[in-house]
Design a protein around this ligand. Structure first.
Ligand code: HEC
Ligand code: HEC
Ligand code: HEC
Ligand code: HEC
Length: 176
């Protein structure tokens, strides 16, 4: 699911680069596209990867059920691939979650489960430039992102998903 989203993203990169008016931004986006194929993107982790620059989002996210989603899996389910897929970050991908001991920063639904693997966009220069960040793999989540997990394959699916209400309740503080 995440892989497919990234493939679509890569397909749109050419459009992003072509549509960028700033020469410098276009150049950095083009460079990133050339250097980072989808396979090169790796997960950075919510603390090491994002916290120092996004304290407000990190603090408010920590208080949501997403941050503790792995803890909800009891007994054998804590190692059950059919549950880990939605209760962790990047499960099944090369640099994604493997176990709570080996990849503690990817336990639960962390930043990169919604925003994409951060290795190529998380440096300051890229982050300040929206188009360059997107070209480097940043995803700005929308309802489709949520429905990747909030669906009837979940044994505890709550039913119809109200995006605006759920965004208000459970993501992190969002700037208006
Ligand atoms: C070196 C500091 C730094 C790190 C590390 C960092 N960011 Fe950012 N990020 C920024 C800056 C600066 C901006 C642009 C100003 C803002 O929106 O705060 C930004 C913007 C963003 C945006 C908004 C993009 C837009 O165009 O609207 C998202 C989403 C984001 N960062 C997510 C992340 C995630 C997820 C991580 C971890 C994988 C991360 N950032 C790591 C500095 C950083
Ligand atoms: C469950 C999905 C989800 C998770 C997990 C998540 N975000 Fe977000 N994030 C969103 C959504 C949705 C938006 C708003 C997008 C929009 O503008 O419509 C957003 C917006 C942002 C922005 C843009 C500025 C703002 O506040 O609107 C930043 C920065 C950001 N997220 C950083 C992070 C960081 C850092 C983490 C981890 C601590 C994180 N996000 C975890 C879904 C998520
Ligand atoms: C990687 C899978 C995944 C993605 C993507 C995801 N969620 Fe979730 N979400 C979960 C899991 C798992 C839980 C249950 C966590 C728990 O109960 O500890 C949850 C719980 C929630 C809750 C708490 C209320 C409830 O129904 O339990 C809200 C609110 C929520 N998600 C909103 C969102 C929104 C909004 C998005 C998209 C911007 C989103 N989620 C994206 C997996 C995901
Ligand atoms: C398709 C994604 C997905 C899969 C697969 C999945 N879950 Fe979840 N799980 C969720 C979401 C999303 C929620 C939050 C409930 C909601 O809003 O629908 C959740 C919530 C939960 C909760 C909290 C329920 C509550 O009422 O607080 C438990 C426990 C749970 N899941 C266990 C499991 C187990 C055990 C498995 C494997 C057999 C599993 N989940 C597989 C997405 C998933």
């Amino acid at each position: 699911m995440v892989g497919a989203a990234v493939m679509i993203l890569m397909a749109s990169v050419a459009v992003v680069v072509a549509g960028t008016s700033s020469g410098a931004a276009a150049e950095s986006a083009a460079t990133l596209t050339a250097v980072h194929s989808f396979q090169d993107l790796t997960f950075a982790g919510h603390k090491d990867g994002c916290r120092k620059c996004h304290l407000k989002e990190h603090r408010s996210w920590s208080r949501t059920p997403h941050a503790k989603a792995l803890d909800k899996l009891e007994g054998d389910d804590a190692n059950n691939p059919e549950c880990l897929e939605c209760h962790t970050t990047g499960y099944g991908e090369p640099s994604g979650f493997t176990s709570a001991d080996d990849t503690p920063e990817l336990a639960g639904v962390t930043c990169e489960a919604c925003h994409g693997a951060g290795s190529a966009y998380r440096d300051k220069e890229t982050m300040k430039d929206h188009d360059a960040s997107v070209a480097a793999g940043l995803q700005m989540p929308n309802e489709t992102t949520c429905l990747g997990c909030h669906n009837d394959r979940s044994p505890n699916f709550a039913g119809a998903f109200d995006y605006e209400a759920m965004k208000e309740e459970g993501v992190h503080d969002i700037k208006q």
